[in-house]
Ligand binder design. Structure first.
Ligand SMILES: O=C(O)CCC(=O)C(=O)O
Ligand SMILES: [Fe+2]
Length: 268
């Protein structure tokens, strides 16, 4: 991870798997919302700041099946999802994942703006360059085949939408290094050989995991091709002082993306 100052350029972000910009947002922060079904934005200045930042490094997008296509999403603990593998969980570890690993139009960047931190809730991440160091030549070869399946993120099925089984290739060697597609909990190998390679990948991701505890005003940019991420567990209080992030998903360009306006369509 690299640390950069708030005057950082998009070019700096493009070269790093994970970038932390401490204290980027300096505005006032309202109490953390208690309910996710309320439409009022409790911190519109932060929403504007994050949207502007995201559009400087690419294009912020929504997804048709996730939070109604919202461009800037609020992430705070919700009682009914405490134990689920979604970003509003708290009491479970959120397993390492590529954001929307199943999706043909995955975001290039996940941008988190922290409005209120929690000392116990660390964002975890693994840089693909560290991951591949822990894999054998045979496992690297198996992980570059299409003999893997992942399924739809629970956050894309919150209104009863159907699941699907999607073929994915975990590792791709690109001109600028490795690219990784991974989900600790949703993926499986379709043959004994590739399942063994996936088990080795689970171990490699774990060994390469690093932690960052976000604080008020921090922006964290995760390159969704070059790093996977997750979160430790923590205990919510539901009293307006809980952890609160705003999140943007960013593509490099909307050209060749199946989208209506900025809302990416999910056709599997
Ligand atoms: O809460 C976090 O730090 C990360 C949650 C997450 O996986 C996400 O927002 O995509
Ligand atoms: Fe995520």
């Amino acid at each position: 991870m690299i640390f950069v100052t708030p005057t950082t350029t998009p070019r700096t972000i493009a070269t790093s798997a994970v970038t932390l910009i401490p204290g980027y947002f300096t505005g006032l922060v309202a109490p953390t919302p208690l309910r996710s079904d309320i439409e009022v934005d409790a911190c519109p200045t932060a929403t504007r700041t994050l949207l502007q930042f995201s559009d400087d490094i690419g294009r912020a997008v929504g997804y048709d099946r996730e939070q109604g296509g919202r461009l800037i999403q609020d992430i705070f603990p919700v009682r009914s999802t405490e134990h689920q593998q979604v970003s509003s969980s708290s009491k479970v570890v959120l397993g390492s994942h590529t954001e929307s690993a199943f999706h043909p139009h995955k975001p290039r960047y996940v941008v988190l703006l922290c409005l209120r931190g929690d000392d116990l809730a660390a964002t975890t991440y693994s840089d693909v360059r560290d991951v591949v160091r822990h894999l054998s030549t045979d496992d690297l070869a198996a992980l570059q085949t299409q003999d893997f399946i992942t399924s739809v993120d629970p956050s894309f099925m919150s209104n009863g939408e159907p699941d699907a089984q999607v073929r994915v290739r975990p590792l791709t060697s690109t001109g600028s290094g490795w690219s990784l597609v991974y989900d600790e909990l949703l993926m499986r190998g379709t043959t004994p050989r590739t399942q063994a390679a996936l088990n080795a990948l689970h171990h490699a991701v774990k060994v390469a995991t690093q932690h960052v505890v976000l604080a008020t005003g921090d922006i964290l940019v995760i390159d969704n091709h070059r790093a996977v991420h997750g979160r430790t567990s923590f205990t919510p209080r539901y009293d307006g002082t809980d952890r609160w992030l705003k999140r943007a998903l960013v593509v490099q360009s909307l050209a060749d993306v199946d989208a209506v306006g900025r809302v990416i369509q999910t056709r599997l």
